[in-house]
Design a protein around this ligand. Structure first.
Ligand SMILES: NC(=O)c1ccc[n+]([C@@H]2O[C@H](COP(=O)([O-])OP(=O)(O)OC[C@H]3O[C@@H](n4cnc5c(N)ncnc54)[C@H](O)[C@@H]3O)[C@@H](O)[C@H]2O)c1
Ligand SMILES: [Zn+2]
Ligand SMILES: [Zn+2]
Length: 373
């Protein structure tokens, strides 16, 4: 069928809406009419080229929710009309990682940068009129009126839930929340620094608050983000890591933060090093933010790493298992314990994706969300 999609054709580039041909769902696939898609910073890494995709054009968007319009043949578990949230990572349910409660590391994730099917890295569902394959961001491509996805990336949810908020559970919420709850393993009474309080960082703040942190120190150069951080549970907010580190030490008898979570938009080794200096002995730095994926090296003291027994922990989708964690976060939302409505700063049309990213860079959005008709 025909669909309109926001794509990056070459890098660096901007999202432009084009008409494409979308294939019917095959076995194990769903065709979904998109309801909403969050504008995560990661799709901007595709636009800048920090994240190189296997093919261009590449249809952006990986934080989406919608309504099932067609179910592939011999594909149990889904019906036309079901409401789904996508997980930006596939989960096969059978590999070592899925079987041991680490769905975020499912082996199907290996081909995500191809933009093809998670199960077949040479098979594409979106095409230009002249027959070129078009990548779907992380197998999804949620900046599209319709998309065809693998069931390994679809989580069925109740039809009463607002899809324009549920979409955020497909990446930003779980990534931030889990960075605090799972990867930093925040404990009651902890002092936590969250460095970069955009869409991901605000959820790290919510996660740290849930886990019982006493002091949650937000760091962001943008005044609007620092003000908003208090709504999500921050107890302090500063524009620099120097100030945050000083306060973390003053709150902990000079020791430093128990954990520092790095959720800066374009994360560099220097950011990780600043976080590393802010934590106490045996403390944890969680690295969730992404920058140039090919960059190598961290300017940290190896002595401090060993002698102070510090830990640097990477975090993908907040070390969550989306099949369960997305439903758990819905429960928290329904209980009034997880803020989703408050994360959405601005609503855009599909044609305004590029403007949404301009606004993100201008520091105007916690999360911009594209809402489809
Ligand atoms: N690991 C994962 O699974 C995963 C998932 C989603 C997103 N991400 C990455 O997380 C990062 C954050 O994404 P987002 O959508 O929240 O982006 P965002 O643009 O909404 O937020 C980033 C924030 O960092 C702030 N910032 C910039 N420089 C800073 C500095 N020196 N110190 C402190 N703050 C600074 C910005 O003002 C902004 O508020 C991106 O790199 C994104 O690609 C990772
Ligand atoms: Zn994302
Ligand atoms: Zn798996």
């Amino acid at each position: 069928m025909r669909t309109r999609s926001a794509v990056i054709s070459s890098v660096p580039g901007k999202y432009e809406v084009v008409e494409l041909e979308l294939d019917e769902p095959r076995q194990g696939e769903l065709m979904v009419k998109m309801a909403a898609s969050g504008l995560c910073h990661t799709d901007d890494h595709v636009a800048t080229g920090d994240m190189r995709m296997a093919i261009y054009p590449h249809c952006g968007g990986h934080e989406g929710a919608g309504v099932v319009e067609k179910v592939g043949p011999n594909t149990p578990g889904f019906e036309v009309g079901d409401h789904v949230v996508f997980s930006f990572l596939p989960a096969c349910g059978r590999c070592r990682w899925c079987a041991s409660g680490m769905q975020n590391l499912c082996d199907l994730g290996a081909g995500l940068l191809t933009g093809a099917r998670p199960e077949d890295q040479s098979s594409y569902r979106l095409h230009t009129d002249d027959g070129h394959d078009v990548g779907q961001m992380f197998g999804l491509g949620t900046f599209s009126e319709h998309t065809t996805v693998s069931v390994s990336q679809a989580v069925k949810i109740s039809k009463e839930l607002p899809l324009d908020k549920m979409c955020l559970l497909g990446c930003g919420v779980g990534t931030g929340w889990g960075s605090a709850v799972n990867s930093a393993a925040v404990n009651p009474g902890d002092t936590v620094i969250v460095m970069g309080t955009g869409g991901i960082g605000m959820n790290a703040i919510q996660g740290a608050a849930h886990a019982g942190a006493s002091n949650i120190i937000a760091v962001d150069p943008v005044a609007f983000k620092r003000e908003k951080a208090f709504d999500f549970g921050a107890t302090h907010a500063f524009s620099t890591m120097e100030e945050a580190t000083e306060v973390a030490k003053s709150l902990t008898n000079g020791q430093g933060a128990d954990s520092a979570i790095v959720t800066v938009g374009v994360t560099t080794g220097e950011h990780v090093a600043q976080a590393f200096s802010s934590i106490r002995k045996a403390g944890t730095v969680v690295v969730t933010g992404v920058g140039d994926l090919s960059a190598i090296g961290l300017p940290i003291s190896l002595g401090e790493l060993t002698v102070y027994q510090k830990r640097i922990q990477g975090s993908l989708f907040g070390a969550s298992s989306p099949s369960w964690d997305i439903l758990r976060q819905i429960q928290l939302y329904q209980d009034g314990k997880l803020k989703l409505d408050e994360l959405v700063t601005t609503v855009y049309t599909l044609d305004e994706v590029a403007k949404g990213y301009e606004d993100m860079h201008a520091g105007k959005n916690i999360r911009g969300v594209v809402v489809f008709d």
